[in-house]
Design a protein around this ligand. Structure first.
Ligand code: NAD
Length: 493
């Protein structure tokens, strides 16, 4: 795959002649005021345009992402970005008509005769801020839902993937008027100004720390937010789990995109007496998936030297605090970081203390702390002592254990006997809970997220409300007690 994309990229690039984000928003608002809200046919046409972009330019977008990463494995862009996005568009195209239909609601008996229904209307102009780790999926994913709901969108991708952002801006500008979809690029200052704009909704995907600042900025304009944040997603390996099957599935999810995944398994809880068996299986699986590290085209690089340093520090600090650092001998033999060309050897940390950085911070790389537990309830308690995670994974073939774990924990989403995969299901809501996020999207949930659910009531010609109006006489005296569930009228005091 050619990694050719120009490197000299100006900040503040936007999909249109007008570069200032505020002016872009004004233009989108003016366009919204001048035209009726889009109908199903127009929304489908927008979604098809997006699909054509992914179909025709997916490889160019991959090349840009790969250049930004130094190297991103091509199958990972296909499997985690292009395929689920095109599936999400197909899903929206199939179900949009149904989602847009007015939804009939019940009318309370005392307001009969009458009709009540909910109409889902576009919110207006939506802002989307996305991170670098899956830059395409996390920009276009919310865009699909926002367009399906009939909105206009301004998108601010991450400054850590500048080639991708410039390419995306160019490709979207070729297919959408800036009044409908516009891209704004730049670093944290541009992002800050972007999040201060009075959007009708702001969807932010990124770290919990920045999410806090985004919510503060949005509060100033009372802009409703969806926050898709990070956190430490645990893996609970139940006592009955098969080590080889579990290790294979867990390591595929952990090492995908070199662990730079918001819902990557962050740490694993394993029955104490089976620790050697499991750690052996995990290392063997890492070596089977990636027999070599340096220059392995299947293994994605860490996004930057700074991120690589952070991961190295995380491992060193855990080791200083008494954790055992485990690597497969074949990987260990490959040697030092410069030769590994920006890649990091898959690493297990055994017995990292609770207050070590590896157990406090989100890992976001190919490092997996493994902890032993004595009883399943002890493991559940350990998960529940921590902030509510974005995802939780449970390995068991026993349905009672599965139910027990799911019932006694709470996370944004979960996959049983697998990792990551719940995120790719177009009919499942995706989002966090508490510190891992606010609100969800994908599929119908995304359509609803970016729509205003407008409750509408139409009374019949004979309406209780007009019948029971002043001046109150005998009819009121008879009916009011009935409405209160009393059989007889009581004299008014
Ligand atoms: P980040 O929070 O550093 O940056 C995300 C975006 O926020 C970027 O576009 C950046 O320009 C912008 N930004 C930076 N400073 C800002 C500010 N002060 N105000 C407003 N916006 C600002 O996150 P990142 O390093 O790009 O991504 C990694 C994090 O994102 C991890 O914590 C990961 O778990 C999380 N994440 C979450 C999801 C999810 O769906 N929940 C998906 C991917 C990544």
């Amino acid at each position: 795959m050619p990694d050719h994309v120009p490197a000299d990229l100006p900040d503040g690039v936007s999909a249109g002649p007008d570069r200032a984000p505020r002016r872009l928003l004004d233009r989108q608002r003016a366009a919204a005021a001048a035209a009726p809200p889009s109908d199903a046919a127009q929304r489908r046409a927008s979604l098809r345009r997006l699909d054509a972009l992914l179909h025709q330019d997916g490889d160019r977008l991959h090349a840009a992402v790969s250049a930004d990463f130094g190297h991103r494995a091509y199958p990972e862009t296909v499997l985690a970005e292009l395929v689920p996005l095109r599936a999400a568009i197909g899903f929206a195209l199939r179900h949009l008509g149904h989602w847009m239909r007015p939804r009939r609601r019940r009318v309370a008996w005392s307001f009969q005769p009458g009709t009540a229904w909910v109409l889902h209307q576009p919110l207006g102009c939506v802002g989307i801020v996305s991170p670098w780790n899956y830059p395409l999926f996390l920009s276009i994913g919310p865009l699909i839902d926002a367009l399906a709901a009939g909105n206009r969108v301004m998108l601010k991708p991450s400054e850590l993937t500048p080639r991708f952002s410039a390419r995306l801006a160019e490709l979207l500008a070729a297919r959408f008027e800036p009044e409908q979809v516009a891209v704004v690029t730049g670093g944290p200052e541009v992002a800050q100004a972007f999040c201060a704009l009075p959007f009708d909704h702001l969807l932010f995907t990124g770290s919990t720390a920045v999410g806090r600042a985004v919510m503060r900025a949005a509060a100033e304009t009372l802009t409703p937010v969806t926050l898709e944040l990070g956190g430490k997603s645990p893996v609970l390996v139940a006592p009955d789990a098969d080590p080889v099957r579990t290790a294979r599935s867990l390591m595929i999810g952990k090492l995908f995109n070199a662990g730079q995944t918001c819902i990557a398994p962050d740490y694993a809880l394993v029955p104490q007496h089976r620790l050697p068996e499991f750690t052996g299986a995990l290392l063997a699986e890492a070596a089977r998936l990636y027999p070599r590290i340096a220059d392995n085209p299947d293994y994605t690089r860490i996004i930057s030297e700074r991120h690589l340093d952070r991961l190295g520090h995380l491992v060193d600090e855990a080791a200083e605090r008494g954790a055992a650092v485990l690597r497969d001998p074949a990987h260990q033999a490959e040697g030092d970081r410069p030769r590994l060309s920006g890649r990091m050897v898959p690493t297990l940390l055994l017995g990292a203390p609770d207050d070590s950085e590896a157990m406090r911070d989100e890992i976001f790389g190919p490092v997996l702390p493994v902890l032993g537990y004595r009883t399943l309830d002890e493991a559940i308690a350990l998960v529940n002592r921590r902030p509510r995670p974005l995802a939780l994974y449970c390995y068991t073939d026993d349905r009672d254990t599965e139910r027990h774990v799911l019932r006694h924990t709470l996370s944004g989403g979960a996959t049983v006997n697998g990792t990551i995969l719940h995120c790719a299901q177009p009919d499942l809501p995706f989002g966090g809970v508490g510190p891992s996020g606010t609100g969800a999207y994908h599929g119908e949930t995304g359509f609803l997220r970016f729509s205003h659910a407008r409750g509408i009531y139409r009374p019949g010609r004979i309406s209780g409300f007009t019948t029971l109006a002043p001046p109150h006489g005998r009819l009121s005296a008879r009916l009011l007690p009935l409405m209160l569930g009393r059989r007889r009228s009581r004299p008014a005091s």
